[in-house]
Design a protein around this ligand. Structure first.
Ligand SMILES: *[C@@H]1O[C@H](CO)[C@@H](O)[C@H](O)[C@H]1NC(C)=O
Length: 349
């Protein structure tokens, strides 16, 4: 446990404030967003409520054994309330079984979306990935978010893979299937060429900067989109490569996070996460349901952002001032956590 003792009083204060429903005392800071907004740069610590030891450290020692027992029981009721798997959920209708009535307004909208996805060119979409992997580029790169000097380049490609997988499941348009499979094949070539599991349209030095807490624009945000896109290609279009690529990417990134924690501390990992990391927890919970590998579950937990979810689970739900794009994906991931592992930690009733 890397947490220093001087943080305990602050955490206690936060917990007390939260439990009494006092005004929100946000533990999260957002390095990039807040520095541009001129808000908090106080580096407040994070609470990782998934660990009993952390929880127990919050109890004032003088209260005695009985209080200690109750405190532990409270933690266990929060985290294990479900007593195992969640009760039955509504099951989603498969997109493969739903078709819109031709000529309807919704069908028209779907056609417009389909035509846009068909218009996107696999070589142009993957231009920066090939360049990054040291493979010959083909055609011209796109501009906008995908411009070769854009700091978030690659994330739109992740969105493309998700959108086209959903569109293919909803239409079975095989022209689209060929195109999206082509994008996956090119990305697969790039990942193999680099040979470490890393897959991105920018160099991995960006993650070094992220870990050093210096300016790096949300690299895990982009990785989340790419992983989700590849996973959607597997789950909705049965492209096995998509799953294998995400597993290999996760090997690479778990190793990175592990090294960061070993070299510095878990605290450094939480501090680094004080910017936009997308729904990495969400995609890792999905991966875990497919692989049942403990490593994938651990990775999911590590991206749960406890400084945000912890207070929310204690009804401290004033989220004013928090960047929406940063926090909503984490919440979606928290719901996924509940669906996948059935623990009640973040399920406020
Ligand atoms: C896919 O959709 C486009 C646009 O509607 C259409 O022109 C094309 O024929 C479709 N391809 C297949 C194989 O269904």
């Amino acid at each position: 446990m890397a947490r220093s003792m001087d943080m305990v009083p602050l955490l206690l204060l936060c917990m007390a404030a939260a439990m009494e429903g006092a005004a929100a005392l946000h533990l999260c800071v957002d390095r990039l967003y807040d520095s541009t907004q001129g808000k908090h740069d106080d580096g407040l610590p994070h609470l990782n409520p998934t660990e009993e030891a952390t929880w127990m450290a919050l109890l004032p020692r003088k209260l005695g054994a009985k209080a200690e027992f109750d405190w532990l029981a409270l933690y266990r009721s929060l985290t294990r309330g479900a007593g195992g798997a969640p009760a039955e959920f509504l099951s989603q209708a498969s997109l493969h079984d739903v078709r819109l009535a031709p000529g309807s307004m919704y069908w028209q909208g779907q056609q417009t979306n389909l035509e846009y996805l068909l218009y996107l060119d696999p070589d142009r979409l993957t231009w920066s990935f090939r360049q990054q992997a040291g493979l010959p580029t083909v055609g011209e790169p796109y501009g906008g978010w995908e411009a070769p000097d854009g700091h978030l380049r690659g994330h739109f490609v992740g969105h493309y893979l998700s959108a086209s997988a959903h569109m293919w499941a909803s239409t079975h348009n095989d022209t689209l299937r060929e195109k999206m499979a082509r994008v996956v094949d090119i990305l697969d070539d790039c990942q193999r060429k680099m040979g470490t599991g890393y897959l991105s349209a920018y160099p991995d030095e960006v993650f070094d900067m992220y870990e050093e807490l210096s300016e790096a624009w949300s690299p895990y945000y982009t990785i989340h989109k790419i992983m989700q896109g590849l996973l959607d290609q597997y789950t909705l279009a049965s492209n096995r490569k998509g799953l294998d690529m995400v597993v290999w990417m996760t090997d690479y990134f778990s190793e990175r996070v592990k090294n960061l924690i070993q070299t510095h501390s878990i605290q450094r990992h939480w501090e680094a996460m004080n910017e936009e990391t997308g729904g990495l927890n969400d995609v890792m919970y999905q991966l875990y349901t497919l692989t049942k590998e403990q490593k994938h579950l651990t990775m999911a937990h590590l991206f749960d952002k406890p400084c945000f979810l912890g207070p929310l689970s204690l009804h401290d739900d004033d989220i004013a001032g928090l960047h929406v794009n940063t926090h909503i994906p984490v919440l979606v991931g928290a719901q996924k956590r509940y669906e996948v592992v059935g623990d009640h930690l973040y399920k406020v009733t």
